[in-house]
Design a protein around this ligand. Structure first.
Ligand code: ATP
Ligand code: MG
Length: 201
């Protein structure tokens, strides 16, 4: 059976309701069979020190456990160093030969998608869905859409999702400053953060 699989990559440090509600909105609108969350590995050089990958993976599992249409992939976690999207999509495509892939990103992340590394190949592997939300500067996003159309003849699908002004940066800051993160992240993820003393320094 051919399936339509949504792929949502992210650092998920930590995963929050912005990610989850976007994934669910996209799944329904594009009639996808399920969403595969793909936490990134630990990049070798990065400005900020990213939380250990097994913690980010565990939190992603906890956050998605109550949705039968959400799954979590370990594909980037099993690789050392940085994973390019094109390699990740290639690996997923090898496992899901007859399925159709839909790569989902927020409009912000879409604009700087790793400088379109091996873009020709990248765009041949999947459909792309760019999700905008209120308050986001869409000029850059529209420029990126046009660039992709002109250079790769690829129509990116777009969706406007309800505003959830949540970011992992904001959550980490709240935890550090001992402010509430209730209703921004699932309760079990909040428990996990407390139990493992994450984002405290
Ligand atoms: P950070 O603040 O550390 O950059 P983040 O909240 O942006 O984290 P990421 O893991 O970097 O989360 O994002 C993964 C994907 O989710 C990206 O495609 C990003 O555009 C999208 N995304 C992040 N926050 C939201 C949100 N509130 N609503 C919709 N999409 C989001
Ligand atoms: Mg981000």
């Amino acid at each position: 059976m051919n399936k339509k699989i949504g792929i949502m990559g992210g650092t998920f440090d930590p995963i929050h309701y912005g990610h989850l509600s976007t994934a669910e909105t996209v799944r329904i609108k594009f009639d996808l069979d399920y969403i595969l969350f793909v936490p990134t590995g630990n990049p070798p050089h990065k400005m900020r020190k990213i939380t250990k990958k097994y913690h980010r993976y565990n939190m992603t599992i906890l956050a998605t456990i109550s949705n039968d249409n959400f799954r979590v992939s370990t594909i980037e976690l099993e690789r050392d160093g940085y994973s390019y999207t094109v390699d990740t999509l290639k690996s997923i495509k090898q496992i899901h030969k007859d399925d159709e892939l839909y790569f989902i990103t927020g409009a912000d992340a879409f604009c700087d998608m790793k400088d379109w590394y091996r873009a020709d190949e990248l765009f041949s592997l999947a459909n792309f869905i760019g999700a905008t939300r209120p308050g986001i500067d869409t000029t850059k996003f529209e420029e990126a859409l046009k660039y992709i159309k002109d250079n790769y003849n690829k129509d990116v699908l777009t969706i406007h999702v309800p505003s959830l002004d949540i970011s992992s940066t904001g959550i980490r800051k709240n935890v550090l400053e001992k402010k509430s993160v209730k209703y921004l992240i699932p309760e079990n993820v909040e428990r996990y953060i407390i139990k493992h003393n994450l984002y405290n320094s």
